[in-house]
Design a protein around this ligand. Structure first.
Ligand SMILES: NC(=O)C1=CN([C@@H]2O[C@H](COP(=O)(O)OP(=O)(O)OC[C@H]3O[C@@H](n4cnc5c(N)ncnc54)[C@H](O)[C@@H]3O)[C@@H](O)[C@H]2O)C=CC1
Ligand SMILES: O=C([O-])CC(=O)C(=O)O
Length: 329
């Protein structure tokens, strides 16, 4: 094997998403079947022993592409030379915690990690934030990394995108592979807006195929937006394998590109498109080519969509104000 290995750092490596993610990265599903990888597992001190156990299991898989595993609790070490960083580890909301407390606790994680990425990652670093609140955690990390181009910081809404594909497939009876151009707008939260108005189902406009605005408003949108809570209710734990799968999809698309007749959804830094204030990390319809995401331009936004996009963007602005007030950005 002659290719230079790609260094992939995973934070929260001992958590449940980490456990579902690492084996897929090491097997080649993140970057490609011919791309060797080095893994860096970043954990807090209490998570190091479990991360060592996961590393032992990774060894035991004898993955031909895996060229090394390092474990650390120091972000300066964990991000050293990283080409791809998956920021999964976060402070979960616990009983009695207000949203502001959650943002503050996560600021204590994502600000130093952003700085460590700024100071130590490779020049081509690509960052995906999975840990919640993902969009605003990504904003905090990005603000702490002034030497890294802002567009290298992204937040994960691909799980929402995949959930929307699946729900639309069930409704229309068309396989997910024949559904294109769905969009998740806004925040990875209950305010997100899954938009089918530009989507195509087996080549036909999805909104016309569904032809049922009430189903969109009362069933489809809340089912997708509240799916995370429904999984917690059913499983007794939050989405893990599906979240890891979406992280793989997000980075794979970022690196390898989208098909010419399709797009996907990702939380990316706004350039002001569609009235989303500049600098917010919001979900948009995006294409990818040459290792870059581009926001799809020129889509008509109808009244139904406008009010819902605006509501989610307002929440993102409030989160930005809150972290600004806390001195985190
Ligand atoms: N954007 C999305 O679509 C989704 C986001 N999530 C979020 O992903 C995050 C992780 O979820 P799980 O793996 O289920 O949680 P988990 O609690 O099983 O694992 C989190 C891991 O992160 C570690 N960690 C905490 N602080 C850290 C730090 N400063 N540096 C390195 N590691 C640290 C913990 O020790 C723990 O091992 C949560 O915030 C969850 O809400 C989950 C599903 C979907
Ligand atoms: O709600 C959570 O903690 C997990 C999550 O983000 C999701 O499943 O979408």
């Amino acid at each position: 094997m002659t290719r230079t290995p790609v260094t992939v750092t995973v934070t929260g490596a001992a958590g449940q998403i980490g456990y579902a993610l690492l084996f897929r990265i090491a097997s080649g599903q993140l970057l490609g079947a011919d791309v060797p990888v080095k893994l860096r597992l970043l954990e807090i001190p209490q998570g190091l022993k479990a991360a060592e156990g996961t590393a032992m299991e990774l060894d035991d898989c004898a993955f031909p592409l895996l060229q090394g595993i390092d474990i650390s609790d120091d972000p300066n070490v964990g991000f050293d030379g990283a080409n791809v960083a998956l920021l999964v580890g976060a402070r979960p909301r616990t009983k009695g915690m207000e949203r502001g407390d959650l943002l503050e606790a996560n600021g204590g994680i994502f600000k130093p990690q952003g700085k460590a990425i700024n100071d130590h990652a490779a020049d081509d670093i690509k960052v995906l934030v999975v840990g919640n609140p993902a969009n605003t955690n990504a904003l905090i990390a990005q603000a702490a990394a002034p030497d890294v181009p802002a567009e290298r910081f992204t937040a994960m809404t691909r799980l929402d995108h995949n959930r929307a594909l699946s729900q639309l497939s069930k409704k229309t009876g068309v396989p997910v592979g024949e559904i294109k151009k769905l969009t998740i707008w806004g925040n990875h939260s209950a305010t997100q807006y899954p938009d089918v108005f530009h989507a195509e189902v087996a080549g036909k406009n999805a909104a016309e195929v569904v032809n049922d605005e009430q189903w969109l408003a009362d069933t489809f949108i809340p089912t997708v937006a509240k799916r995370g809570a429904a999984i917690i209710e059913a499983r007794g734990a939050s989405s893990a394998a599906s979240a890891a799968n979406a992280a793989i999809d997000h980075v794979h698309t970022w690196v390898n590109g989208t098909d010419a007749d399709n797009w996907t959804s990702a939380g990316v830094v706004s350039d002001g498109s569609y009235g989303v204030p500049e600098g917010l990390i919001s979900s948009f319809p995006v294409t990818a080519a040459n290792g870059k995401f581009e926001i799809v331009q020129g889509l008509d936004v109808n009244e139904f969509s406008r009010t819902r996009i605006d509501a989610s963007v307002k929440e993102l602005e409030e989160e930005r104000e809150a972290v600004r007030g806390l001195g985190l950005i």
